[in-house]
Design a protein around this ligand. Sequence first.
Ligand code: HPA
Length: 245
Amino acid sequence: MTVHALIGGTGLANLEGLAIRQRLTLDTPYGAPSADILRGEYAGREVLFLARHGQPHRIAPHQVNYRANLWALKHAGARAIVAVNAVGGIHAAMGAGHFCVPHQLIDYTAGRAHTFFEGELDQVTHVDFSHPYDAALRERLIAALRAEGAAFSSHGVYGCTQGPRLETAAEIVRMERDGCDLVGMTAMPEAALARELALPYACLALVVNPAAGKAPGLITMAEIERVLEQGMGTVKAVLARVLSD
Ligand code: HPA
C-alpha cells in the first residue's frame, strides 16, 4: 500500500486527529529534518506527518532544511507526498480563503540547498521537471476539494520567492506578467527534491492574503492568521479524503 506523507506548512504544525503510533527522530546526510516525523493513522490510513517549519513553528521558509525533510520522509517509507502551503493570491480568482491545486511553478528562490546531486557523483543526473506536480495526486486533491464544496481552482502557477520578507507590489506585477497566479515561499526546492527522489508530489495551496499591491492596505500577520484558522478545517477534511480515497 502506498504510504502518504503530509508536509504541513504554516497553520498546520499539528495534524489534529492523527493517532500517533511512532515519533521518528531521524538524522540524514544533510542534517536534521524540521521536526520528528510522526507515523500514525489518519482517516483510517497509515500516514507520515512532518511540520515543515518545525514543531512549534520556528523555522523560516528560507532556512528549512528541505533536503533533510525529503530524505527523511523517503527513508521513513513515504511513497507519495501531499504538501500544504499557505500562499498569497495574484490572480483575481485567488482571493483570501480560496484553495488551489497548482499545476506549475516558477522558482524565484536563491541560495537554498536545492539538490541531492552534488559533490563527487558517479553520474550527473538532470531530472525531468516539466510537470512538477504529480497528475494522479492532483486529481485526488481536486476531487476532495470538490467533495468538500470548497472554493478552489484546479490549476495555477505557483511562484516561489525567497522570503522571509513579502514581495514589493512591482515584484508581484512582474510575477503576474511571468504567469504566476500564486506566490509563496515553500514550494521550492521541496517539489524538485521530491522529484529527484522519484516521490510523487502535489500541493494543496490555501490563499491567506491578496499578494502585495493586490488589495488596498498592507498585508498583516493578523489577517493571514485569521484566514489560516478559517481554512484549516477544510484542509484537514481534504487531506482525510485524499488518504481514504
Ligand atoms: N507572499 C509570499 N508568501 C506568502 C504570501 C505572500 O503574499 N502569503 C503567504 N505566503
